[in-house]
Design a protein around this ligand. Structure first.
Ligand SMILES: Nc1ncnc2c1ncn2[C@@H]1O[C@H](COP(=O)(O)OP(=O)(O)OP(=O)(O)O)[C@@H](O)[C@H]1O
Ligand SMILES: [Mg+2]
Length: 345
């Protein structure tokens, strides 16, 4: 998937359809939408009731006739029609009118590394729903690397880990292109799931759908690292009786539970390094790993990677929006292509 910077510069709008959040960048206006990729539908009439943050708050709290849908899973649009409707509503009337005024609207989207033709087509079709005549697709890894200001055009290697909600992508970049990369089907959702399972099995406690984040924040300061409070009080529902109950959770045990999905990430890093030429690995040991994506904010994750790889680990300045800001920079023409002209003899 190589797309020229020249084509991207002609685009008016860039979209990052993530499993957790949808982000839209409009040329000249900046990042205009950053909302959860969720839509609530009335199943009796088929009408859309809410999108974004409000729809996410409805999760687990709806009566029978309201369905909360997530049209993007695993970085792929699985329900094109719903994704189109969600995107249109997230943009709102004002922005939609602004886009409609542009004849031959061009759009750019980032798709996960290695996405199959079907997933690419679904992304294209979704963007046609907002009136795009032509859609350029960019690898998320490249967009994220540009967004966090990595010197991708230099002949030195840089390693980037994009920690999303449904996928984790790891790559080594050099000379503006991907040298080796893997995409793993684990991410923030798998980590949340591990915490929920742990509380269910060890404490017979069911967590409300939105209280995993507060739990992670409660672990803040110790997160995945062994400093900090030894236990945290968590409220939930007893699995057997159905009554509200609170338990004192041992943070070290939660930490262990979180480690399980992260083992896959460590394996992935190992695989990328093994596939990489030795010269680049030497660069990496010096320059380290750059973490981007929302899950890079998980407290202690960087510490854990540092301990297990022995390499310096940095978190990007705004890890969650790196990919869309990278696309935005390409739209605005702030990125200059590297010229690899044959030398004159
Ligand atoms: N402060 C935080 N601490 C821990 N996890 C966080 C934090 N903020 C966001 N996350 C996690 O980050 C994930 C969202 O990241 P991001 O916005 O990069 O996902 P996405 O781009 O929608 O997903 P994908 O790229 O996999 O399709 C969620 O799983 C969320 O749980
Ligand atoms: Mg993403």
């Amino acid at each position: 998937m190589t797309v020229s910077l020249e084509q991207l510069r002609r685009c008016h709008v860039a979209v990052d359809l993530g499993a957790a959040r949808t982000r839209v960048y409009i040329k000249g206006a900046g990042l205009v939408v950053d909302e959860p990729s969720v839509a609530a539908v009335n199943t009796r009439t088929g009408a859309l009731i809410a999108v974004g943050t409000f729809a996410e708050q409805m999760t687990g709290r709806t009566p029978d006739y309201i369905r909360v849908a997530r049209p993007v899973t695993g970085g792929t649009v699985v329900d094109v029609e719903m994704a189109q409707r969600m995107l249109r509503h997230l943009l709102g009337e004002k922005l939609r009118r602004q886009l409609r005024r542009k004849p031959g609207l061009r759009a750019a989207a980032c798709t996960p590394h290695d996405s199959d033709p079907l997933a690419q087509r679904a992304a294209r079709e979704t963007l046609m729903g907002i009136g795009a005549r032509r859609v350029e697709l960019v690898d998320t890894l490249i967009a994220a690397a540009v967004g966090c200001g990595l010197p991708v055009e230099q002949p030195t290697a840089t390693m980037i880990i994009v920690c999303g909600a449904a996928t984790t992508q790891i790559a080594v970049l050099s000379l503006g292109a991907i040298v080796t990369a893997v995409r793993l089907p684990v991410g923030g959702d798998a980590i949340d799931h591990a915490v929920i399972q742990h509380l269910r099995l060890q404490h017979a406690l069911m967590l409300p759908s939105q209280s995993v984040r507060p739990l992670q924040l409660a672990l803040h300061g110790n997160g995945l690292s062994p400093m900090g409070p030894e236990s945290t009080e968590i409220h939930g529902r007893d699995v057997a009786t159905g009554l509200a109950r609170s338990v004192l959770v041992d943070t070290a045990a939660v930490r262990d539970a979180i480690h399980t999905p992260l083992t896959a990430v460590l394996d992935g890093i190992g695989k990328v390094l093994r596939d990489c030429p030795p010269d680049l690995v030497a660069d990496l040991a010096e320059r380290g790993i750059m973490m981007v994506g929302g899950s890079a904010l998980l407290p202690g994750l960087d510490e854990m990677l540092r301990a297990s790889t022995g390499m310096p680990v940095h978190i990007a300045e705004r890890p969650d929006v790196c990919a869309i800001l990278g696309l935005g920079a390409m739209l605005e023409g702030q990125i200059h292509p590297m010229v690899l002209d044959p030398l004159a003899e």
